[in-house]
Write a protein that binds this ligand. Structure first.
Ligand code: UGA
Length: 455
């Protein structure tokens, strides 16, 4: 099929590259010229495992442009809107980019039937709103109605940064919402190779054992839109729930990792997203839980459970600082080393990263903060140059003279650093494992004062 993807962030670019790999002709459009020129040179503008390799493999089916006129909108089968929808101060999603994209698309609709798909996470009702924008923009430009030229669908994305391609090729489910069966049929056909799992797996991304078919959920627009918010909020509250139980576990002398195993084996609960730690960050959970609370308010409904998940989550960051205060008594003049800065491993994304909040709070209390990260250091230096943090290129440089080390991000390499040498470099061997990632007994054996979360 002929596909246009608007927006080349994690969702848009991953979708575009995956669909190109599956044999579709894909044009990726972005209004940022620097992103497009990088992509034309075969470079991915952010860190995402396997994406550069797959871009290279799929190049023959990919086209990159900053121009709506060159993208061939009117002759496309499917156009994905995958632009950013950041949070506004009141928690609602900022739809400026969605609006601009929908209007630009509407002006360029043509006689071919095009499915316009909201892939960005957008508030309930955005499908209808995009439909209106398309119709109005077309009528303004052409003076007639674009009847039969488009259908609007919602096709929420469930990929995780760091495993974006794996989640795209081998998803748990595909959700397609639309009021028009023609739009649902077109998207079902586009996703057919994924639904049937009959495409040759990319060399870097072998198919999980036993995976043979992917369920598809077809529904109305509003349900698809709400599925996305409900899924992210549920995952967010699963984690916050474990963090809440973790505080009690710590008091009563229980171990949250054992508790996670003990409850996760219950198939009704499931083992995933039960890891207690310093809480979730990233561009999605914080934004989507805030949006769900804000949307509900419009309908006169409170969302106390979702709100509580947010409160518990952001409290975890303060808990880290309180724990250091408790352990070190005085923070003024003390040096704290952060291992990991990205909001999770395998990404260079710093949006809503716990590391930033923790560093800010520590600096406010008079501590010196040193930080490192295997891939996010460039972004940290670029976007937070004045945060007062001393950025270090290596873990060993970071921990030199430290009074405490906080393991913030569970990068695999931090498991295997020379913890004997780390301890020798520190002034005081306090280790706060914010992800319960290291072997507690081993760390204690090496002479660390080890503090985990909920244990
Ligand atoms: C999340 C969802 O998992 C995706 O399904 C969704 O498509 C995406 O948001 C989105 O809306 O775009 P992502 O934010 O990339 O994906 O990362 P996750 O792997 O979900 O992790 C989110 C945060 O939760 C991270 O800070 C991670 O460290 C934390 N986490 C995760 C925990 O603290 N405990 C866990 O058990 C799991």
């Amino acid at each position: 099929m002929k596909v246009v993807v608007i927006g080349t962030g994690y969702v848009g670019l991953t979708t575009g590259v995956a669909l190109a790999y599956l044999g579709n002709q894909v044009t990726c459009l972005d209004i940022a010229p620097e992103k497009i020129s990088k992509l034309k040179n075969g470079q991915v503008p952010f860190y995402e495992p396997n994406l550069p390799e797959l871009l290279e493999i799929s190049r023959a089916n990919l086209n990159f442009t900053t121009s709506y006129d060159e993208a061939g909108i009117g002759s496309s089968d499917v156009v994905f809107i995958s632009v950013g929808t950041p949070s506004l101060p009141d928690g609602n999603a900022d739809l400026t980019y969605v609006k601009a994209a929908a209007e630009a698309l509407g002006e360029r609709l043509d006689h071919a039937f095009t499915v316009v798909v909201n892939k960005s996470t957008v508030p309930i009702g955005s499908g209808n709103w995009v439909g209106t924008l398309l119709r109005e923009a077309y009528s303004r430009r052409k003076g007639s109605r674009p009847d039969g030229m488009y259908g609007v669908a919602s096709n929420p994305e469930f990929l995780r940064q760091g495993s974006a391609l794996l989640d795209t090729f081998y998803p748990d489910r595909v959700v397609i919402g639309s009021e028009e069966s023609r739009a649902i049929d077109t998207l079902t056909n586009l996703y057919r190779p994924i639904l049937n799992q009959d495409f040759p797996a990319p060399v870097h991304l072998p198919r999980p054992d036993g995976l043979s078919a992917i369920p598809v959920v077809t529904c109305d627009l509003a349900s698809a839109e709400l599925i996305k918010y409900a899924a992210n909020s549920f995952l967010a509250l699963k984690i916050s729930y474990m963090n809440e139980i973790g505080h009690l576990a710590e008091k009563v002398g229980a171990d949250i990792k054992q508790i996670a195993r003990g409850i996760g084996l219950d198939v009704r609960i499931g083992p995933r997203f039960l890891q207690a730690g310093i809480g979730w960050g990233g561009s999605c959970f914080g934004k989507d839980t805030a949006a769900l609370v804000a949307i509900s308010k419009e309908y006169g409904i409170n969302m106390p459970i979702v709100q509580a998940a947010r409160d518990v989550n952001y409290h975890q960051r303060t808990w880290v600082v309180d724990t250091l205060l408790h352990e070190l008594k005085i923070l003024k003049g003390k040096t704290v080393a952060l291992l990991g800065f990205a909001f999770k491993a395998n990404t260079d994304d710093l949006r809503d990263a716990p590391a930033l909040d923790i560093a800010r709070q520590l600096i406010q209390l008079g501590a010196r903060v040193r930080a490192t990260d295997p891939v996010a250091l460039g972004n940290a230096r670029l976007f937070h140059p004045d945060a007062g943090i001393i950025y270090c290129d290596t873990p060993m440089e970071t921990v030199r003279g430290a009074d405490a080390v906080i393991l913030v991000t569970e990068w695999p390499e931090y498991h295997d650093i020379d913890w004997v040498e780390v301890k020798k470099s520190m002034d005081n061997p306090l280790l706060l494992d914010g992800r319960n990632f290291l072997d507690r007994h081993e760390m204690v054996r090496l002479g660390y004062r080890y503090v985990g979360v909920g244990r």
